[in-house]
Design a protein around this ligand. Structure first.
Ligand SMILES: Cc1cc2nc3c(=O)[nH]c(=O)nc-3n(C[C@H](O)[C@H](O)[C@H](O)COP(=O)(O)OP(=O)(O)OC[C@H]3O[C@@H](n4cnc5c(N)ncnc54)[C@H](O)[C@@H]3O)c2cc1C
Length: 395
C-alpha cells in the first residue's frame, strides 16, 4: 500500500480548500469524500454545500473572521482563472439590523479602517430605501453596504475549482466515505465504506457536521449541530433579470418564529430554473446529538412544515417579489464552543478542520490554507493564533 503524506477526509468547502493548499505546497495527498448523493436514503453522511449560493461578505463578526474573509476573496481571481470555473458574483452585501447599534455595527468602522476596507452606513429606512428600493425594513433599521468583492459564491463550483487544482497538482480524489481512522506503526490508516484502505503519515479530518460520527475520533468534539431549512423561491427569468443587481442580505431581526434572515438574489440552479434563496433561524429548528437523527433529518425531515414561516419572512423583506413556487431544502449548521472554526492537532498525526458556525463557505479558502499550514508546520502562521481555533472537547 502506498503511503501518502496526508489523507484529507471530506471534500467539502474546508477539505477541498485544505487539499488544494497542501497539494500546492508539494504534499502527496489523497482526498476522500462522497460525491453529492443522488439518493439521500443511500448516503451515510451529508454536507452543507449542496447548493448554488452562499453569501460572501468581508467584515466578519471580529478581526479573525474578517481576515479569513479577505484572504479568501483575494484567492478567487486566481482560482477562477486557473480553472476556468466561475463561482464568485460580486453584487455586494447589505447588512441590516433592527438593533441600531448592535455589536457588529459598532465594531464595523474599526475593522473596516484596520483592513482599509470601504463601508457605507445607513441610519434609518428612509435613507436606505433610495439605494435599495426592493427591500422593506422597519424605520429603526441601521445598515451597512459592502460593495465588491462581497456578494455571493457558488459552493459547488468553488469545490470543483479547488479539486481541479488538486488534480492538476497530482492529488488523488476518491469518492468514498471514511468509516474509521486508525494509527498503525506510526502511520494513519483510513478504512472506507467501499472496503478500501489508505495509508498516510498524517490525516486531516474535514468532515463538517460529521466529526463525531463513525470512527474518526477517539473523543467527541464540543460541537452543536442544528437543522437549517431554507426556502428556494422559484421566479421567472424576467424576475431574476429585474433583481440581477440585488445585493445579498444579512438581516438581524427577531420575531417569535424566526431570527437572522439571509438571502441571495435569484440565481440559476442545475434544473435550469431561477430561485431566490432565503434562510433564517427558526423556533422549530432541531438540535442533534448523534448520527441517526441527522440522517433522518436529511432523508425525511419535515422541512415543508417550515414553509409558512419562511414565506412570511421572505415577503416581509421583499414584498414585491413575484414567486411561482416555493421549495423547502434541508441542511445542517455546525457550531463550535468558541464560535471560530476548530483547526489543529487532535490526536497523534491527526488534525481537524471543522465548525463552520454558519459562515465558513465565504472564508473556506483561508480556513483551508490555515489548516494546511498547521498540518505541514505544526504551527499557526502570524497573525493567526492557535488559541482562537483550539478544538474543544465534550466534558
Ligand atoms: C442552509 C445553509 C446556508 C448557509 N449559508 C452560508 C452563507 O451564506 N455563507 C457562508 O459563508 N456559509 C454559509 N453556510 C455555512 C457553510 O456552508 C459551512 O460553514 C461550510 O459548508 C462548512 O464547510 P465544511 O467543509 O466544514 O463542511 P461541508 O461543506 O459540509 O463539507 C464536509 C464534507 O465532508 C464529507 N464527509 C463527512 N463525513 C465524512 C466521512 N466520514 N468520510 C468522508 N467524507 C465525509 C461530507 O460529505 C461533506 O462533503 C450555510 C450553511 C447552510 C446549511
Amino acid at each position: 500500500m502506498k503511503t501518502f503524506d496526508v489523507i484529507i477526509v471530506g471534500k467539502g468547502l474546508m477539505g477541498a480548500a485544505a487539499a488544494r493548499h497542501l497539494a500546492t505546497q508539494g504534499a502527496n495527498i489523497v482526498v476522500i469524500g462522497p460525491d453529492e448523493p443522488t439518493d439521500l436514503n443511500k448516503a451515510t453522511v451529508f454536507s452543507s454545500h449542496y447548493d448554488q449560493g452562499r453569501l460572501q461578505r468581508i467584515v466578519g463578526r471580529n478581526e479573525v473572521w474578517t481576515r479569513l474573509n479577505i484572504e479568501s476573496t483575494q484567492a478567487y481571481p486566481f482560482l477562477e482563472s486557473q480553472t476556468g470555473i466561475q463561482f464568485h458574483y460580486a453584487v455586494g452585501c447589505l447588512y441590516a439590523s433592527v438593533y441600531k447599534n448592535d455589536d457588529y455595527l459598532q465594531r464595523l468602522p474599526i475593522h473596516a479602517k484596520k483592513f482599509g476596507f470601504p463601508f457605507r452606513l445607513y441610519d434609518g429606512f428612509d435613507v436606505l430605501k433610495n439605494d435599495f428600493p426592493e427591500f422593506i425594513f422597519p424605520n429603526e433599521v441601521k445598515a451597512n453596504f459592502e460593495a465588491a468583492p462581497s456578494g455571493h459564491i457558488n459552493p459547488r463550483q468553488l469545490i470543483k475549482a479547488q479539486l481541479a487544482l488538486c488534480r492538476q497538482r497530482g492529488a488523488k480524489v476518491i469518492a468514498d466515505t471514511v468509516l474509521k481512522v486508525q494509527e498503525q506503526n506510526g502511520c494513519i490508516i483510513a478504512h472506507t465504506e467501499n472496503g478500501s484502505m489508505y495509508r498516510a503519515k498524517k490525516v486531516l479530518l474535514a468532515p463538517g457536521a460529521f466529526a463525531n460520527s463513525l470512527d474518526l475520533l477517539q473523543r467527541k468534539l464540543a460541537i452543536r449541530l442544528k437543522s437549517e431549512t431554507i426556502v428556494l423561491a422559484k421566479v421567472s427569468e424576467q424576475e431574476a433579470q429585474r433583481l440581477s443587481s440585488l445585493p445579498s442580505l444579512l438581516y438581524e431581526i427577531e420575531t417569535k418564529d424566526f431570527e437572522e434572515i439571509y438571502l441571495i438574489r435569484p440565481i440559476q440552479y442545475p434544473d435550469g430554473n431561477w430561485y431566490l434563496k432565503m434562510g433564517c433561524n427558526l423556533s422549530t429548528d432541531i438540535f442533534f446529538d448523534s448520527l441517526a437523527p441527522v440522517q433522518q433529518w436529511f432523508r425525511h425531515g419535515n422541512s415543508d412544515a417550515n414553509l409558512p414561516v419562511l414565506k412570511a419572512a421572505l415577503h416581509s423583506v421583499l414584498p414585491g417579489l413575484q414567486v411561482q413556487d416555493y421549495i423547502a431544502k434541508r441542511c445542517i449548521i455546525t457550531y463550535t464552543g468558541h464560535k471560530h472554526q476548530y483547526i489543529g492537532p487532535v490526536e497523534e498525526n491527526v488534525y481537524i478542520a471543522t465548525g463552520g458556525n454558519g459562515y465558513s463557505a465565504m472564508c473556506s479558502d483561508a480556513v483551508g490554507k490555515l489548516s494546511a499550514h498547521v498540518v505541514l508546520n505544526y504551527a499557526f502562521p502570524e497573525p493567526y493564533m492557535e488559541q482562537d481555533f483550539k478544538p474543544l472537547w465534550q466534558a
